[in-house]
Design a protein around this ligand. Structure first.
Ligand code: ITT
Length: 195
């Protein structure tokens, strides 16, 4: 594989994926570089949405395309916002509002456990699609802490740590994130299959 397109319009994901995939393929392009549209997401699972985003982009540009569908699932909220994590931030995206919404819905619930999931879908020009999933467990804190990362990072403390993802520099988050774990599987697949 000479060129891989990151089929996402999320700047936080682009920063993380670009660093995680460093050295894997000669050229990485983004959806923005190729002016690819941002398709509406009607799926009810991360796998469905990730696959749809990767295939839509691949059909539009002809290169191998990698999409990420991800989100925060809160156990006391029956897994919400989950696949709707971006929707909770409205238009234009406002993650302060989304984090407030999570905290309001949680109220005084004693169970503050949550997890991030990332599903990466890799769509090849010949129509094949492979998916890879990563997950990180943690707890939610309030108020939000830290200015690093993106999205819900300032309220998420990964298991076994004291800092939120919002208080971690990129390299530290990459050592334990859902996206990093999914990417590890993807990299292994690419290396084992000579792509
Ligand atoms: P693309 O579809 O263009 O990739 P998006 O932001 O719409 O961008 P999703 O539909 O996958 O992406 O929405 C996932 C949301 O979950 C995302 O907007 C983040 O706010 C949140 N999220 C995912 N991974 C996260 C992470 O590592 N840290 C914080 N929030 C995250």
């Amino acid at each position: 594989m000479k060129t891989l397109v990151l089929a996402t319009h999320n700047k936080g994901k682009i920063k993380e994926l670009t660093a995680l995939l460093d050295g894997l393929v000669p050229e990485i392009k983004t959806a923005e570089d190729l002016r690819l549209i941002e398709p509406p997401e009607y799926g009810t699972t991360f796998i469905e949405n990730a696959t749809m985003k990767a295939v839509t982009a691949m059909r539009a540009c002809g290169y191998a395309c990698l999409a990420d569908d991800s989100g925060l699932s809160v156990n006391a909220l029956n897994g919400e916002p989950g696949v709707y994590s971006a929707d909770w931030a409205g238009h234009p995206r406002d993650f302060k509002m989304a984090m407030n919404l999570v905290n309001d819905k949680l109220g005084d619930a004693s169970d503050r456990s949550a997890y991030f999931t990332s599903v990466l879908a890799l769509a090849f020009p010949d129509g094949r699609v492979e998916t890879f999933e990563g997950r990180v467990n943690g707890t939610l804190c309030w108020p939000p802490r830290g200015l690093e990362g993106f999205g819900y990072d300032p309220i998420f403390i990964p298991q076994g740590h004291d800092k939120t993802f919002g208080e971690m520099l990129l390299e530290e988050k990459q050592g334990m994130s859902h996206r990093a774990f999914a990417t590890e599987k993807l990299v292994e697949y690419i290396k084992n299959n000579n792509h």
